[in-house]
Design a protein around this ligand. Sequence first.
Ligand SMILES: [Zn+2]
Ligand SMILES: [Zn+2]
Length: 323
Amino acid sequence: MVLNRPGFPLEAADLPDPEPGPGELLLEVAACGVCRTDLHIVDGELDRPNLPLVLGHQIVARVASDGERLRAGERVGVPWLGWTDGVCRYCRTGRENLCDRASFTGYDRNGGYAELAVADERFCFPLPDGYPDLQAAPLLCAGLIGYRALKLVGDGERLGIYGFGAAAHIICQVARHEGRRVFAFTRADDTAAQAFALELGAEWAGDALGPAPEELDAALIFAPAGELVPAAVRAMAKGGTVVCAGIHMSDIPSFPYDLLWGERVLRSVANLTRADAEQFLALAPQVPVRTEVEMHPLERAGEALERLRTGAVRGAAVVVPAA
Ligand SMILES: [Zn+2]
Ligand SMILES: [Zn+2]
């Protein structure tokens, strides 16, 4: 499924089989998670896609050619971070997520809305047993970047989660496993998302723009709506941290400095490192994280994206090529 032009639907196309370059693996895609970032790319909000582009950066695949480390037949996951230069100041200081020359799966490089893909072997991760292909797919972005965002809030006990989609449904489980209390903030009338959050261990769920039930120590904002930022900062206790976890967000309305005073922190999280991937993929089965997915045939990827846009997806959407 190919994006030829932002603002237009994905189109089915017959592409030549991709050829792995040096250090790359040929992969047979088993499933690919659908991410809010894909929608930002389709809508032109991320404005330098490598067109024509195959989207998809939560790829579950079988290795089809032996590599240095991975062998044909092994199951791997491919995340958003597709390549880094290894030499820039960020790469040299353990921050390859900020690499100046990074290239990203399903944006700079073709991704997993396809039957075949290629990926740099160094950015392919063996997946934990016990997760079928469909259930493993959302671990690769919703899980990984959500986990990186959670690490950035430190050990705050009372955690607000703004927007209860794919990332939130995973990170809620991790946060409960760590002994945190979880408060889920959604659109006021989204009773389905609120019920889902309560099922997954949140102790409260309600209107994101209304008052929080009590002071919070930390918040993760997964919804791309700038008006949530002042709302989340307003809910913070002194010293609390708000992390914006999406790659794109509408403009943030201004708010009084008083809300930030008291060593409250407002920051973003960008991308992931390979260390994040290794840590999270080891942690997920220990929690154990259970992912809820809805499956769409690959040729209906556009419908999956529209369901994500309208908030209709419970958990995560995943596309699967015909067997
Ligand atoms: Zn993503
Ligand atoms: Zn770099």
